[in-house]
Design a protein around this ligand. Structure first.
Ligand code: GTP
Ligand code: MG
Length: 364
């Protein structure tokens, strides 16, 4: 999770766009060129035109920098999104880029103020022209200095656009296991998601979400890429799955394919299950053996089939039991203090309708 990864490397195959500064500065200078100054005399108009060019170009650049970073403005990323971004781009990469962009904004504001003040002391059209040119030069270099940071921010924005937004307050079932074992098929069976299913490993390369009705709550069902469980050699897709297990799951559904059809042995799958149980001792992990339609096998685990539907009802019973709120009502004083049972308007505001804290996964 600490390795820095180059977003440029991720996009190696896509044609290179011009640096963000080119587009931003083009727009800013174009807007500035449209300035139509008022004034009685030509010298007045010249001065006003120079001021408008400075103020408008600076403000346009700052507005663009704000727009580029708006995905990260308050309320900001969830803890899970931060972990995903750290896994894909390296710890702190995004934060450093955002700080540098913010600093550039401040410097540009200061520069604009100074340049505008200087125009008041200019002696004529020629000096004003020089001042505007000098200002444009410095403005350009301030924006160019954050080109790399803007590219990082754009890459992270794009990365998050391709990931589902999970509600951190809603119960979340993360379906995980080795590649090609039938995770996506089960996600499709259990939820509204319709992920791609195919007979080769790493069909699923990033997390996806579907929903299901628990009866008492709306469940988020997260499909994940397969994980091979090799120490220190996880690819980005595997890391993403591991992040979902460790940071998003209320309950994990660990899918085992005992048939050999996935290309992975039962032993290696069980080793990953044991490793996760050790790493997340307080996280409920439900293990099932899937593809039960392909044949019988003596096992203590629940046997399910995404194809025939065998075991799915029993699985739901187990999942519902694990997801049920565990009677975590607020302390009695809190519950009785400010929540009248009968509201002034006569409406029912019984404590049962008050929001209750959700039991999240306990992290190791
Ligand atoms: N017979 C049978 N085949 C299944 C079952 N579930 C999945 N499969 C097959 O197993 C293969 C892999 O299924 P997926 O659901 O794509 O598996 P996955 O674990 O999501 O795979 P990755 O995304 O590559 O990690 C596909 O050919 C499925 O048709 C099942 O219950 N019974
Ligand atoms: Mg899949």
């Amino acid at each position: 999770m600490t390795r820095a990864r180059s977003p440029a490397r991720r996009r190696a195959s896509t044609p290179r766009r011009p640096p963000p500064s080119v587009e931003i500065l083009d727009t800013a200078f174009h807007r500035a060129s449209l300035a139509t100054p008022h004034g009685e005399t030509k010298p007045e108009r010249d001065r006003r035109r120079a001021q408008l060019k400075i103020v408008r170009s600076g403000a346009t650049v700052v507005r663009h920098l704000r727009l580029e970073t708006r995905r990260f403005a308050k309320p900001g990323l969830t803890e899970f999104e931060r972990a995903l971004v750290a896994g894909a781009f390296g710890d702190g990469t995004l934060d450093r880029a955002l700080v540098r962009i913010r600093r550039a904004e401040e410097r540009i504001r200061g520069l604009s103020r100074e340049a505008e003040a200087a125009t008041r002391r200019a002696s004529g059209a020629e000096e004003l022209g020089d001042q505007v040119r000098a200002y444009y030069g410095r403005l350009s270099s301030f924006v160019r200095e954050v080109d790399r940071d803007l590219e990082i921010v754009r890459a992270v924005t794009e990365f998050l656009r391709n990931r589902p937004r999970l509600d951190p307050a809603a119960p979340t079932l993360v379906v995980a296991g080795f590649p090609n074992v039938g995770k996506s098929s089960l996600v499709a069976k259990l939820s509204s998601a319709r992920p791609k299913v195919a007979d080769y490993p790493f069909t699923t390369l990033s997390i996806a979400v579907g929903h299901a009705d628990l009866g008492f709550d709306r469940l988020q069902v997260v499909d994940t890429p397969g994980v091979l469980g090799r120490a220190h050699r996880a690819n980005l897709a595997e890391e993403e799955a591991t992040t979902a297990v460790g940071r998003a799951a209320t309950v994990v559904l660990f899918v085992i394919d005992p048939t050999g059809g996935s290309g992975y042995t039962l032993e290696e799958q069980e080793a990953l299950l044991a490793k996760w149980r050790e790493e997340y001792p307080r996280l409920p992990i439900v293990d099932v053996e899937t593809k039960s339609d392909l044949g019988q096998r003596a096992t203590r685990r629940l046997r399910v089939s995404a194809l025939s539907g065998e075991g799915i009802d029993t699985l739901w019973t187990t999942l519902r039991r694990l997801m049920e709120p565990k009677g975590e009502m607020p302390p009695i004083e809190e519950a009785t203090e400010e929540v009248p049972l009968v509201a002034d308007d006569g409406g029912d505001r019984s404590p049962a309708t008050a929001s209750r804290p959700r039991r999240g996964p306990e992290r190791a």
